[in-house]
Design a protein around this ligand. Structure first.
Ligand code: PMP
Length: 304
């Protein structure tokens, strides 16, 4: 990743990709106290557009607030910087990664007067869980690692450190031959994927775990808005893993993963073992939206 052409926005300036470096004593590298976002820009008929940019920027700032990290830029400046990165790198479609981290001013858990630094990179990134899985669906395994307890890692923050938990889970699942991990919370209820929210469909009703231990996903919110518009009832509730086994359909949502059907959990076939009709309807609405083929929710697209 580090050795490529391009420009990265770093503390207010565009720097050459290869020069966007930090010191080994960067505080966040040691303790994981930092926040980040994952945002996508899509190629539309009217040019490149970033999907729900303001919502992502707002979540970034809220994540910093939860961790008590000073944020040196306003939401407007951060949104403008993300647009600038996509534009200056001449990207037609992109994954955008803003990250806020503490610098190398001091070390130790008692360190104070640390300075927040902000970097924003963007690059072209295809389907996160595989192009073919957008239609075929993925095979998922319940993780042996629990999602963080709400009172240990702050689950409303998209914070760097807690992602080692996601990596443990997804690595375990991949090594066992599955595409993704399903994470349970500390009480044993379904929380989310390693980097996605979960929905299931049963008897025409959509269910998704409440947000106690899961990230408040922007794609999740988008899907809930669509369900409402399409007259599909959507309920937030505690979900057990066996409810997923007997669901008619299941899918994961995320900026990177978009809307990816699940065809199996723990070697049990979900529904017909392929993308179900409600999943397909919501998924195609999502892809139509992000690629500018729908006129409603015009404020969700920020043209670069
Ligand atoms: N949960 C986790 C743990 C994630 O990392 C992500 C990706 N940001 C999501 C859910 C989905 O969030 P969003 O739809 O905002 O990308």
């Amino acid at each position: 990743m580090a050795d490529r052409d391009g420009l990265i926005w770093f503390d207010g300036e565009l720097v050459d990709w290869r020069d966007a470096k930090v010191h080994v004593l960067t505080h966040t590298l040691h303790y994981g106290m930092g926040v980040f976002e994952g945002v996508r820009a899509y190629n539309t008929d009217r040019g490149t557009a970033i999907f729900r940019l303001q919502d992502h920027t707002k979540r970034l700032c809220r994540s910093a607030k939860i961790l008590g990290m000073p944020m040196p830029y306003t939401e407007e400046q951060l949104s403008a910087a993300q647009i600038q990165v996509v534009r200056e790198n001449k990207l037609e479609s992109a994954y955008i990664r803003p990250v806020v981290f503490y610098g190398s001013e001091a070390m130790g858990l008692h360190a104070h007067d640390l300075t927040s630094h902000v970097a924003i990179a963007a690059w072209t990134w295809g389907s996160y869980l595989g192009e073919e899985n957008i239609t075929r669906g993925i095979r998922v395994k319940t993780s042996s690692f629990s999602r963080h307890h709400v009172n240990s890692a702050m689950t409303k923050a998209k914070a760097n450190g807690p992602y080692f938990n996601s990596m443990l889970a997804v690595t375990e699942a991949n090594k066992a031959g599955y595409d993704e991990a399903l994470m349970l919370d500390c009480n044993g209820f379904v929380s989310e994927g390693s980097g996605e929210n979960l929905f299931i469909v049963r008897d025409g009703v959509l269910y998704t775990p409440d947000l106690t231990s899961a990230l408040d996903g922007i794609t999740r919110r988008t899907i809930m808005t669509y369900a409402d518009e399409m007259g599909i009832e959507c309920r937030e509730k505690s979900i057990t893993r066996d409810e997923v086994y007997i669901a008619d359909e299941a899918f994961l949502t995320g900026t990177a993963a978009e809307v990816t059907p699940m065809r199996e959990l723990d070697d049990r076939t979900i529904g017909e073992g392929k993308r179900g009709p409600i999943t397909e309807a919501l998924q195609s609405r999502y892809f139509d939206q992000v690629s500018g083929r729908r006129d409603d929710h015009a404020d969700w697209l920020t043209f670069v």
